[in-house]
Ligand binder design. Sequence first.
Ligand SMILES: N[C@@H](CCC(=O)N[C@@H](CS)C(=O)NCC(=O)O)C(=O)O
Length: 214
Amino acid sequence: MLTLFDYLPSQNAWKIRQLLAHLQTPYRTQHVSIFEGAGQSDAYRAINPAGTVPAIRLDDGRVLAESNAILAFLADGTRYLPDDAFARAKVQQWLSFEQNHVESQIGSLRYWTMTGKLPRRAPALVEAKRAASLRALRILDEELATRPFITGAGYTIADISLFAYASRAEDAGLSLQPHPHFRAWLARVAAQPRFLAQVHPYSIDPHAMGELPG
Ligand SMILES: N[C@@H](CCC(=O)N[C@@H](CS)C(=O)NCC(=O)O)C(=O)O
């Protein structure tokens, strides 16, 4: 059975939980206490050299990390990843956008906000993240004004990936009010069968107020 290396407040890990729920794939969970340094252990770095979650281990022992790579692997041959080369590349385009403009911006700002780290960060850095986050939301709103899901191929792993952190923008103090098309898309994603609504706050982990050891 597939093993998912998880940390519940991680929305990167939520992406994998969500796809596995859509696919109704059974799996076992191994929790990685990232703030206590478990991600930096030799044992875990053999699974993911970067020491981050999510990662998966297959029945045959092979391991895979990086949320979007895992999504692409698990979605292969399913309705969540098109077969056509161009349509797949479009999905890849938005997976890259997610890493560069959503996860690393909205995701970071949200993490700092929710774990009390914002006052410890350089104001210029916080402002840059905020500006980049607003730009990402504006781009998504503009794109989603023209089609129901982010690529032209229906609901795909690109939507799952983008939803993970973009849907939590308000946790980072970013208003969604100026983005009606984006908000309508959030509702369309949340209406998908077996949608996982549960978001685990960082407050469930008493160690999350500290800095990551990596
Ligand atoms: N680009 C990676 C980012 C993974 C990531 O940063 N995960 C966080 C939790 S959301 C983590 O494990 N952090 C631990 C650390 O940085 O040491 C992905 O998409 O999987």
